[in-house]
Design a protein around this ligand. Structure first.
Ligand code: NI
Length: 249
């Protein structure tokens, strides 16, 4: 079982060795820690060296963009092929806040997609209130990846799958108001689903309200099995295969 999207930073976890132990005990064999800005990206490079089970994605998140674009992109270019860095992420578009500079987000997103395409790395995509722009931009690049914490319609999910993307499913699927994501999970094949927690955010029920952990990934696997009426073992087997096809571990 592989957590394809989480943020295990010191800022959120006092005792990272303890979290890593809990992850292993829960049967989660690998996690992909995603960076969001320079500080967290540097932490990702450190974590992948410290822990066998930790792999990394580095990138600049749409709500964490600064004006050092040239510096940031050249740093990304220099490190994207480092050992155990398996993707560019977390990158994307987020139009949720009125203060958003859409233009800056789009420039950063496109430049990072160029780096991914040039280096044949998958991308881990964040998209909030921006799904059509995200789709239109991704369709211009020769990239594959994951649409993390997917919140669009089942029709949109199918379109992203046609582009070569997987759909990242996490704790939201366990929430009371999860109708939309449940209809997506019912509709698409398990062959296009990736498990993720987005820890420390989006904690699944019954732990909602507490800090999330990749150790809760089995809850999400079980929920997907219940929704699709397939066994827990099959959910784990297929989604793990999916992660291995997308990411070069
Ligand atoms: Ni995230």
């Amino acid at each position: 079982m592989i957590d394809t999207h989480c943020h295990i930073y010191q800022e959120y976890y006092d005792d990272i060795p303890k979290v890593i132990n809990e992850i292993k005990n829960a049967g989660v064999e690998k996690i992909i820690v995603n960076g969001c800005d320079m500080k967290s990206n540097l932490e990702v490079l450190k974590l992948v060296k410290e822990y066998d089970c930790v792999y990394g994605a580095i990138g600049f998140h749409p709500t964490e963009l600064d004006d050092n674009i040239d510096n940031n992109l050249s740093w990304l270019n220099d490190h994207i092929n480092d050992n155990k860095i398996v993707a560019l992420g977390e990158i994307g578009l987020d139009y949720h806040y009125d203060s958003t500079d859409k233009n800056k987000q789009i420039i950063y997103f496109k430049k990072q997609l160029e780096i991914a395409s040039k280096n044949k790395k998958p991308v881990i995509v964040h998209t909030r209130d921006a799904i059509q722009d995200t789709y239109d931009i991704l369709s211009c690049y020769d990239v594959s990846g994951s649409i993390h914490a997917f919140s669009g319609s089942k029709e949109m999910a199918r379109e992203f799958i046609k582009l070569g993307f997987y759909i990242g499913i996490g704790g939201v699927s366990t929430y009371k108001n999860a109708k939309n994501i449940i209809s997506v999970i019912e509709d698409i094949s398990l062959a296009y689903i990736l498990l993720e927690t987005d820890s420390p955010y989006l904690t699944p029920v019954p732990y909602r309200g507490q800090t999330n952990s990749p150790a809760y990934l089995p809850i999400i696997a079980k929920k997907i099995g219940d929704i699709k009426n397939v066994s827990y073992a099959d959910v784990i087997r297929v989604t793990t295969d999916n992660a291995f096809s997308l990411f070069d571990f």
